[in-house]
Design a protein around this ligand. Structure first.
Ligand SMILES: Nc1ncnc2c1ncn2[C@@H]1O[C@H](COP(=O)(O)OP(=O)(O)OP(=O)(O)O)[C@@H](O)[C@H]1O
Ligand SMILES: [Mg+2]
Length: 276
């Protein structure tokens, strides 16, 4: 292919003016309002915003479990109309692994449910368990694993499905700080090796900078787009650097308004912020 053979850079996942609502007993709750963003192939795209700003709701809509009241969602140019094996979600909860299945059976299950032949599913399960360092635990049951190991099983199970986009809803939020860092590192290593497309939800500014190459900042309830930032220059090894601290403060300011942003510059060295 020569340089004149231009392929239009169509985004893999496109959210256009997406408004999401829940109809409750006490009326309608608007979770997101007019949210637009594009995720390109190979992106580590982060949705960052305070609790209740509609991050999980957006993932549910992209997963095809709920429909937008207004706006549209599309994957590879096709409207999202329901769930599909091209979009797999990894959740925070550790009990997402059925306890009566072994690790390998857990990884195989979604493949078998989607028509992958048993031999193929088993091969892929072994491959991905190897990738996340759990080859030796293929026949273990989930209750015998640590939180970090369960998170690894959930990631192996998701990647074994070869989704077009991996949706991650605060997958490391329930882990202790050290395990969380390890998992962020391992996720980065996997991504370096495989280059999958990921949409990652967090309310930790530091995690967003470490995990993402692009960050969409959402305002508090209902979630609206505050800003979109590039963050590919940051990684775990740059966490704590002056640039990293400056980016953290800038994001904090964008999320919570100018007054706090300038105050942060004058105050003592900030701790890693979490948006609550
Ligand atoms: N099933 C539901 N029925 C009614 N309202 C809901 C439902 N799920 C979420 N909401 C409301 O929608 C809004 C967005 O919720 P959502 O769970 O998407 O937020 P979030 O950004 O993921 O928050 P967190 O960081 O705490 O996980 C909240 O006001 C919430 O109360
Ligand atoms: Mg959530």
């Amino acid at each position: 292919m020569g340089p004149l053979n231009l392929v239009p850079l169509e985004p893999l996942l496109r959210a256009e003016h997406v408004t999401l609502e829940y109809a409750g007993e006490r009326g309608v709750v608007r979770a997101t309002d007019d949210v637009s963003f594009d995720v390109h192939r190979g992106d580590r795209f982060v949705l960052l915003g305070p609790s209740g700003c509609g991050k999980s709701t957006l993932l549910k809509a992209i997963g095809g479990f709920i429909k937008p009241q207004a706006g549209s969602l599309s994957l590879a140019g096709k409207p999202i109309t329901g769930p599909g094996p091209d979009r797999i979600v990894v959740f925070q909860e550790f009990d997402q692994l059925p306890p009566w299945k072994t690790v390998k059976q857990n990884v195989m299950f979604p493949m078998l449910a989607n028509g992958v032949k048993r031999g193929e599913a088993e091969g892929r399960a072994r491959h991905w368990l190897g990738k996340v360092g759990l080859a030796r635990f293929a026949d273990a049951y989930p209750h015998t694993l640590s939180g970090g190991m369960k998170a690894r099983v959930a990631i192996a199970r998701a990647l074994a499905m070869q989704p077009a986009v991996l949706l991650m809803d605060e997958p490391f939020a329930a882990l202790d700080a050290l395990t969380r860092r390890t998992m962020q590192e391992e996720l980065q290593t996997l991504w370096d090796e495989i280059g999958f497309t990921m949409l990652f939800v967090t309310h930790s500014i530091e995690e967003a900078l470490v995990v993402g190459n692009r960050i969409l900042l959402l305002s508090p309830h209902p979630g609206r787009v505050r800003a979109e930032l590039n963050s590919h220059q940051f990684s775990l090894s740059s966490a704590g650097s002056q640039e990293f601290q400056a980016a953290t403060q800038r994001i904090h300011g964008l999320l919570f308004g100018g007054a706090q942003a300038s105050a942060a510059h004058e105050g003592p060295a900030p701790q890693p912020f979490a948006v609550h």
